[in-house]
Design a protein around this ligand. Structure first.
Ligand code: FE
Length: 340
């Protein structure tokens, strides 16, 4: 009996010791994410199953860059996931990121979709598309962003706020191509053509087309897939045609989602492993199937639905150039009082 007691006690403390050891060695990576949980969760699950590395995530729509800035070196975050390009550049410009070099990332992600110094990497692409009423806009009647400012569309356009990052990036691309004065005239033209004050998200504009309030809108390509998948939004999606603009000339404006390693990262090896996983076949396929985005990795196909929308030519403008013009775009939107 005494022997048994001793051995039970010994085993007990051994267990405590082992579990402490396991805790000390538990591998983890901490992520701040502007991207939503429904999309990130299945990717994390696949990553943890493959590597045993735990992923802790803080999800937020706003404020994560300010939070990183306030936390400084003490930030627990190793990675930042964003749903647009300007936030990656903003984080880099504020000194909140660090360069990463990886053969896997370089092999998976085309060079025009990653920072030249390795501070950020694109993970998906999406077209800033024009949505047109199937009933009231003839096929081929509008083919470019420029035409949105034409008189023919007076009172027929709905968009979300001009200050939303998706629209700011498009405006920045117009400044890059035409200069600030012509881009401003274009934006003022669209403002004149608005059917209503900008409000709501990209999907709310397609709903506006469905309900007959407007005939055209601007929206990211994946929202068509998301609306089709939702019972209460399918009719909105069915009422529109998606148009990839400027296919006869420079190509459609494309934005990206992406990832950057924070300057404060403590779990660098685990963070890099997750970055590489995000750029690999499994995660790229999940992005394509779950959120109808275009994979950045060559050889990973878009979903069948997205593929059915056809191929498109992208504007070759450098993403960094667009990011640098975001403040100018924001000023321009204010000058034409777009949201009022
Ligand atoms: Fe979005």
């Amino acid at each position: 009996m005494p022997n048994r007691f001793v051995s039970a006690a010994f085993l007990g403390s051994l267990c405590v010791f082992i579990s402490l050891l396991a805790t000390a060695q538990a591998k983890e990576v901490n992520v701040y994410s502007f991207r939503q949980e429904f999309l990130v969760a299945p990717i994390v699950e696949a990553f943890t199953a493959e590597t045993g590395i735990e992923v802790n995530i803080v999800f937020a729509k706003k404020g994560l860059i300010n939070r990183l800035e306030a936390e400084g070196d003490n930030s627990p975050a190793d990675l930042l996931l964003t749903s647009d390009f300007s936030k990656l550049q903003q984080a880099k410009n504020k000194g909140l990121t660090q360069p990463v070099s990886s053969d896997v990332l370089n092999a998976n992600i085309p060079s025009n979709l990653r920072d030249e110094d390795g501070h950020w990497y694109a993970l998906t692409k999406r077209v800033r598309a024009i949505y047109a009423s199937k009933d009231r806009v003839k096929e081929g009647e509008i083919t470019s962003y420029e035409e949105l400012a034409y008189e023919a569309w007076y009172g027929r356009i709905c968009t979300r706020s001009g200050k939303h990052p998706y629209n700011l990036a498009l405006v920045a691309s117009m400044i890059a191509h035409y200069g600030a004065a012509d881009a401003e005239a274009w934006m003022a033209g669209i403002k004149t053509n608005l059917a209503r004050k900008p409000a709501g998200n990209d999907r709310a504009q397609v709903k506006g087309i469905f309900s007959g309030e407007c005939d055209l809108s601007l929206g990211n390509s994946y929202y068509l897939g998301k609306m089709l998948a939702k019972e209460d939004q399918k009719a909105w999606a069915d009422s529109v045609r998606i148009i990839f603009p400027n296919q006869e000339d420079r190509g459609a404006h494309v934005n990206i989602s992406g990832v950057t390693m924070t300057a404060a990262a403590k779990n660098k090896a685990e963070a890099l492993a997750f970055m590489e996983f995000l750029s690999g076949d499994v995660a790229q396929k999940i992005y394509a199937e779950v959120n109808y985005e275009y994979p950045v990795k060559v050889g990973v196909a878009p979903s069948e639905l997205v593929a059915s929308w056809g191929e498109f030519k992208s504007d070759a403008l450098n993403l960094s150039e667009i990011a640098d013009l975001i403040p100018a775009a924001s000023d321009l939107v204010d000058r034409v009082a777009y949201d009022f």
